[in-house]
Design a protein around this ligand. Structure first.
Ligand SMILES: C[S@@+](CC[C@H](N)C(=O)[O-])C[C@H]1O[C@@H](n2cnc3c(N)ncnc32)[C@H](O)[C@@H]1O
Length: 393
């Protein structure tokens, strides 16, 4: 493909990404993969260039752009060398018209930018939310240690003793150590969220929003496979991915429990007042993970955010029923919005005087309200809010 044809391909894909963002369609990475499947003539260099154009263009647009072409014109503002590729050639994009305007830049839609500012996310912090994420691995201490591990590439040692960092895009799934379950792909921020739980061998621990079990596996390792570990979620499809992952990782104690939304305690009735620790890795806006899914900021509406805030506060109530006296809840969101983080926990604490903050000691992050915040700009992790609160004995 010519460089101009790659630009036109990216424009077509971006049109699909925009339509999907407006209509709750598939994520950008699926649309990119589908385009490659349907255009077999694209070679590996073409694919790499097209993918880069698509994601670079998504990152340059704040609000959802009108078309793929204006999104790409936004990228031209940043990467001037692309301008000449709008050359009107056979497979390339038409020349840029005198009155054509690029898409609006910025970090996100205005209402969302305002919420970030109100949540003390500065300009540099916000810009870093749209950077490129590295690939972090967690060493699975159920099977090995960081010192004993042999990998085809040398990773950067990180602040957490079980974490290693590689350049974004490193293909680890074919590595023998990955296939043998010696390592898991997990952002350092997620690893620190699990560390904050403080799970110990022999305890009863509930991962209340386990999803596909990324954090459950980490908790099983902290518990050295001893005790009771419940992986609960309302999403059957996600939860069903835990079994094979747990088998590969040798996480023997994880037990799956499928929940009904709003009736979570029914399936967990035997655990009411029994848990030493509950992790709430709450569903959230994901503002802290825009590095990985930059187009997800085009999908979030004010209504979505209100719905998520309601679920988060409901989950705090559910978790509080499960914890025994002296136990704790670790509340985590991969969001930097106070409505989903500090304010949720503050509201819970003021309504429940038998609970108090028990801020975890973490090697990274800064104090934020009753918890700790991790930022891509300062900590090199995804953005997270992490709070631990304890129930009186
Ligand atoms: C941030 S994701 C969890 C990711 C997971 N812990 C991991 O590390 O991969 C939030 C999860 O909350 C689940 N969820 C949503 N509503 C829930 C509810 N009422 N009770 C339990 N889980 C819920 C979603 O299905 C989703 O899997």
């Amino acid at each position: 493909m010519t460089p101009a044809a790659r630009i036109q391909a990216a424009i077509e894909i971006l049109d699909g990404v925009i339509a999907a963002a407006n209509g709750n369609g598939p994520p950008a990475d699926r649309l990119v993969a589908d385009w490659f499947k349907n255009h077999r003539f694209a070679g590996s260099k073409d694919k790499r260039a097209i993918r880069e154009h698509v994601y670079d263009a998504i990152r340059t647009c704040g609000p959802v752009p009108a078309t793929g072409r204006v999104a790409m014109l936004g990228l031209v503002e940043e990467q001037g060398e692309l301008r000449e590729l709008f050359d009107g050639s056979q497979y390339g994009p038409p020349k840029i018209g005198k009155n054509e305007k690029p898409a609006e830049g910025g970090v996100a839609a205005e209402w969302l930018e305002d919420l970030l500012i109100a949540s003390d996310v500065g300009e540099d912090d916000a810009a870093a939310l749209l950077g490129r994420a590295p690939l972090d691995l967690r060493v699975n201490t159920l099977k090995t240690s960081r010192d004993a591990l042999e990998l085809p590439e040398t990773g950067e040692m990180l602040a957490h003793e079980n974490a290693l960092r590689f350049p974004g895009g490193t293909q680890v799934s074919g590595w023998p150590a990955y296939e043998a379950g010696l390592v898991e792909v997990q952002d350092l921020g997620s690893q620190l969220a699990c560390l904050a739980v403080g799970a110990q061998p022999g305890e009863t621990v509930i991962d209340l929003c386990a999803g596909a079990g990324g954090k459950t596996l980490s908790l099983a390792a902290s518990m050295a496979n001893r005790g009771t570990l419940i992986a609960a979620d309302t999403d059957r499809r996600r939860l069903s991915q835990l079994g094979p992952r747990a088998e590969r990782a040798g996480a023997e104690i994880a037990r799956e429990v499928l929940l009904d939304p709003d009736r979570e305690l029914e399936a967990l009735a035997d655990l009411v007042g029994q848990a030493d620790r509950v992790l709430i890795d709450a569903p959230c806006s994901g503002t802290g993970t825009w590095r990985r899914n930059p187009e997800s900021r085009w999908r979030l509406s004010k209504g979505d955010l209100m719905r998520l805030v309601r679920i988060q506060s409901h989950l705090l109530e559910v978790a509080s029923q499960l914890v025994k006296p002296g136990g704790s809840i670790t509340y985590v969101t991969c969001s930097l919005l106070n409505d989903e983080g500090a304010r949720q926990v503050e509201r819970f604490l003021s309504a429940n005087p038998d609970w108090s903050p028990a801020v975890p000691e973490l090697p990274l992050g800064s104090a934020h309200g009753p918890g700790i915040r991790l930022m891509p700009s300062r900590d090199g992790t995804d953005g997270f809010f992490i709070a631990r609160i304890g129930k009186a004995c």
